[in-house]
Design a protein around this ligand. Sequence first.
Ligand code: BJW
Length: 235
Amino acid sequence: MNARAARNIVILTGAGISAESGLGTFRDKGGIWDKFDWQKLATPEAFAADPESVHAFYNARRDNLLAAEPNDAHRALAALELIWQAEERGSFLLVTQNIDDLHARGGSNAVLHMHGELLKSRCNHCSHLFEHEHAITPDSPCPSCGRAGGLRPHVVWFGEMPLGLDTIYEALSACGLFVAIGTSGTVYPAAGFVTEAKAAGAWTVELSLEPGEVSTLFDERHYGPATKIVPDWAG
Ligand code: BJW
């Protein structure tokens, strides 16, 4: 189904949409989890045991992100959102598992970051959430309460609850079209969204470089680089 044929749409993006912007994916050969041990970097237990290494991992990724630019796939989704608004077609929800800000910089207005945002940290002492581009260490003071030792990246690690799930499941229950872009379908609950969408009667589309773990659940599949297949599909 072409993007323009639907009313209520939910789009889920993963690391593959930002790959051609120079940000690494996780599970491809040479990906982030090939180079780094997620058990030592992406769990609350890892952060408690070694906050310095976890901060260093996210500081380096933040530097990469600040040097990256959105690509044609990000821009195609932003253009689609504008069409939805102009034509008052129905609801449009862009959910990303990515912690980068490339959808916003590509022109998308409303993005739900279910796994958090790399350019934000929060304080475990006072819950203050703030945006920043600079590096954080275990000694960095909170800009609100001034105490050190409480700052953590505003990201969702394994074993933590993803953000915005009520909004996502509500949109899935009413959607006519669900599109997953550049995600391996390995990590739940995001990998289960296709099942929720199908239960609501939606047409489901996978756009990625290669089939993911839950590919057979999709009604329609297109494989190739995101900068080609996303504009082709969205146009
Ligand atoms: C291209 C391309 C190009 C390449 N063009 N495409 C056993 C069974 C089921 C679940 C569990 C289980 N044991 C534990 C769990 C739960 C766990 C989980 O799912 N684990 C699995 C690994 C088994 N999930 C959690 O813990 C989550 N929380 C949770 O479940 O809470 C309880 C709950 C229960 C019920 C309802 C609700 C909640 C939290 C998950 C947190 C994930 N965190 C990370 C890291 C933090 C952020 C960061 O540092 O960036 O998030 S892990 C990492 O994986 C990151 C990503 O967002 C996430 C998904 O990865 P993604 O985007 O799919 O990337 P890849 O690399 O896997 O795939 C890239 C794809 O792109 C590939 O397919 C390529 O082909 C393609 N591609 N180049 C187009 N140019």
